[in-house]
Design a protein around this ligand. Sequence first.
Ligand code: MIC
Ligand code: SF4
Length: 651
Amino acid sequence: MGLTATEKIIDKHLVEGKMTPGSQIAIRIDQTLTQDATGTMAYLEFEAIGIPEVKTELSISYVDHNLLQSDFRNADDHRFLQSIAGRYGIHFSRPGNGICHQVHLERYAVPGKTLLGSDSHTPTAGGCGVLAIGAGGLDVAMGMAGQPFYLRMPYVTGVRLTGKLSPWVSARDVILELLRLMTVKGGVGKVIEYFGPGVATLSVTDRATIANLGTELGATSTVFPSDETTRSFLVSQKREKVWQILEADQDATYHEIIDMDLSSLEPMIACPSSPDNVVPVREVAGQPISQVIIGSCANSSFRDIVVAAKSLESREIHPFVSFEINPGSRQVLENADMAGALRTLIHAGARIHQCGCLGCIGMGQAPATDTISLRTFTRNFPGRSGTKDDRVYLCSPETAVASAIQGIITDPRDLGQAPDVLLPETYFINDNGIIPPPGDGSKVSVLRGPNIKSLPEFEPLPEDLKAKILLKVEDNITTDHIMPAGSKILPLRSNVPAISEYVFSAIDPGFSSRAKEAGIIIIVGGENYGQGSSREHAALAPRYLGVRAKLVKSFARIHKANLVNFGILPLTFMDPDDYDRIKQGDTVAIPGLRTALLAGSDTVSVEVGKDKTIQARLELSVRDRLILASGSLLNWVRARIQAGQGSVFSL
Ligand code: MIC
Ligand code: SF4
């Protein structure tokens, strides 16, 4: 039987398990990436493993999330990241060089390879035929140490593209349409693979936009074939030699197929406050706006910036709108400049920022009270912009610029003739923003500022668990609810005691002080709990506060893996109606938990108060169970190293 492109990559990298969807597999990791906000912790964890040097083909540390340097802490983090990269054989992409996913696509993505990144939008490289997966920092640290990555063999959903996008309609509209169809839960456990004649009409950066936002479907990854378009892209990056073909076999079978005719699509927009709250732009057109930003790892490539500039030729930004450009990379900025786009943008009234995540992660650019902000970003979760009760819409660069001109949400087709954007045959390339490691890093000293605190130690799982339900939450709780980001909190990513003060602060400001009195804690939640970011702080900081279990209707993939890595038991309701039978403040007990876990039991009885018992499911692999019993992945790995089993982590 033939294989899909995804299966071909997995097959080549499989080190454990069988390619049966849903079963546990382990794959070899060729490349890793980290970004600063998750990276400081990932490198502290890598250090704690005790290996002299990374064992991957390429590992790279990007600095893109926190560039504010509002005090010494952020600058110290940058110095720490640069020095530890040199120490362990890791490339370092300097602050201002660009967003990890955009730079990686340009300079390092190799068709057919595996990439593990400590950021949920790592699948962006899937636009170039890479199997790229987002994970928690500890899993990426393990990848750097040469260990395989454990995951459930994904179901492969095929999206067959036909036709060609109409003028003013672009890649963002393709994925917004898919988000409308599949919702933020629709991709869980799946890789979304694109095929069909429509693929050839999309450039690699268009494909990367679509792959990037596959994360918002909850998908494990997104994979595009590697074809002649991919080859031309690699030629334009002077990297043709890494090109290789990747396509599904003629007789490959997909788990399901979604047909999409590109010609039938129209400009779409995600309304507040979820990326799947999608409608055609015309349905919400006419509402006044105060801010428009083009940027983020989803839509800040050369094409995205130039299409905005061309649309602005002999036009101006509306006087009530702040129009802002966050270029994806220094390469984008330099090439847009050479194409004359920057001058047009500046002249029309745009505010040009440095290359990085900036407002996408709430580092500045917060919108005004009770006004609409249009962004080409990835997420519009409530409050992520930094403004309470924000009204953030997500759309294409075309819709963004048309609206910035008119001052109201505008269907870009109203602007008349669509601009033509020619991609450079070869980009002007300058890699001086990337510092390769020295041949021998053993002499490099790691520079640690006072805000960089070592990792807390965690106790093994007790035999009997007695805990209090300190918080009960609804469906679709995001990691931005659990562990918010933004300019106040992001500088604390290397300081677990300090950042833990903000756990759940967005929805329950008293949580961390209550937690300090409560002892052992359990959290109850609904469907798709922990969607969004890969930030392991959303597991690490609650664990530090005493959270030992979460009982929910269903989990998002990366968050569940992070919970296991930090010794928090992920339990799901056998009967979802039991969610309504328990309340915040109840006490729960799970007697004999440790024995049941290690015996491989699939269910446990949870006693709630004095008179109720409900059943909870333990959907865990053998490895997960051992990690949970040890108290954390690091405890488990250290114990194995001490027992002389250090080089073989597999089970
Ligand atoms: C995000 O977009 O939410 C982030 C910030 O890039 C996160 C990583 C983080 O929290 O550091 C992600 O998507 O994984
Ligand atoms: Fe950065 Fe935003 Fe992309 Fe996250 S989604 S990596 S914050 S640009």
